[in-house]
Design a protein around this ligand. Sequence first.
Ligand code: GLC
Length: 477
Amino acid sequence: MKVLFVTSETATLYKRGGLADVSYALPVALSNAGINVSLVMPFYEGIAVKDVTCVGQLAIDFDRRRELVFIFRTLLPHSHVRVYLLRHPLLNAYDDEHIAARFAFFSKAVAQLSLYSEGILGGPYDIIHCNDWHTALIPLLIGETSKVGYRERETIQSRKSKTILTVHNLLYQGETGFSITLKLGFPKSIFHPFMTPLGKAVRLMTEGFEYADLVTTVSPTYAKEIAGGKHGKRVVEVFKKRNDQIVGILNGLDTKLWDPSTDRSLPIHYDAKTVTPAKAKLKIQLQQALRLPVSQVPLFGFVGRLEPLQKGLDLIARAVAKLPPEEYQLVVLGTGHKRVVRQYEKLTELHHNISFVHTFDERLARRIYAGSDIMLVPSKFEPCGLTQMIAMRYGTLPLVRKTGGLADTVTDGKTGFVFGSYTSTALLEKMNQAITLYREKPTHFAAMMAAAMRKDFSWQHQVKEYIGLYRKLLKSS
Ligand code: GLC
């Protein structure tokens, strides 16, 4: 079975968020399980790779121009996964108002390569696995090319290759003006537009829902939430029309990359047996590094994107304002939205027990995972979430809201703390519970830490579910 994994980012080459972690670990796990898997993504400026070879070029018609895309091949670091990188000036920038068009162009290039120049891309492939809205147009582009028959050639469709679209976050859907259909040069009738105050628009993610052979998401609970209309009614309608369901497969964790017994960012290594004394020392070192008072009070951590719509940072800010400062400490590490940055800068000015580090620093992130007592993940919604899994692996108890993948991975009172309603009062109550347990029942707290560390979230388990789905798809006609 040959699989082409299509993504906008992959850890070790280019990382923006959790998608990159999964887009690294899943192909590697598939490859380790004996699947022949290749990955394709844009060759952004700034991606530094050794041993990269140009394997071909391709002309793509886009926005009434003929564009030449160069295809490079390399290996995903520390793996046997082949990587194809597509180089073109349109695929250099990431953050601007043209992002939807950039990825429509990328998708067209991948589709065209798969159809007509599959050799360059290492094909033909049995499965094309797309991820998030960036690559969600590919099923449409592949299917439509074959339908309108641009050329008299056998297409992937005719060979029964299958497409999968995995949703990592429904918050971002690649909404863009209807003129994208003109840019792509495809018939308007195959898109599913809707009206906005600015005129007709399409969502690239929705086109994926319409055309992919199978749609999955990254946890069973998020899949249920989507099916129940929690993340938009339109999605539910599409699935009804398809007479199909979105399949939820929990993400795994790369247990080699995240391992407190070998982590090079840590001055002390530990496992479930040595966690208590090791963490005590790591906590002191962390407090010193952050210029927090060295103290026995529980240290809460937050590591992640400062995304106001998703991550629950407003709840944290309101909850801590009501906690006596001598009872806890908090460290927040991350970059993101300006308003959130300002809010946390203010908080640190007011409270000497709160540290805010406004940067993305992987080494510090790892020291926070190891040196904190409790990791806060109070997300409004969370498709899967990796933070809580990393925290558990490092013996730090996650305090999460019962939503999406957080609900699927943390058990209240056993491996962490779980609260329900999205309010600062509910969060505050849970934080108080955690503080009391930490202070009054240290043995119980330590037992929970060890239990969390023993949970197995490795991809070894999860990857079997994907392989099962691929097989099922290939059997279906
Ligand atoms: C997105 C989601 C996150 C998920 C990750 C990987 O970043 O917000 O919940 O874990 O993708 O699938």
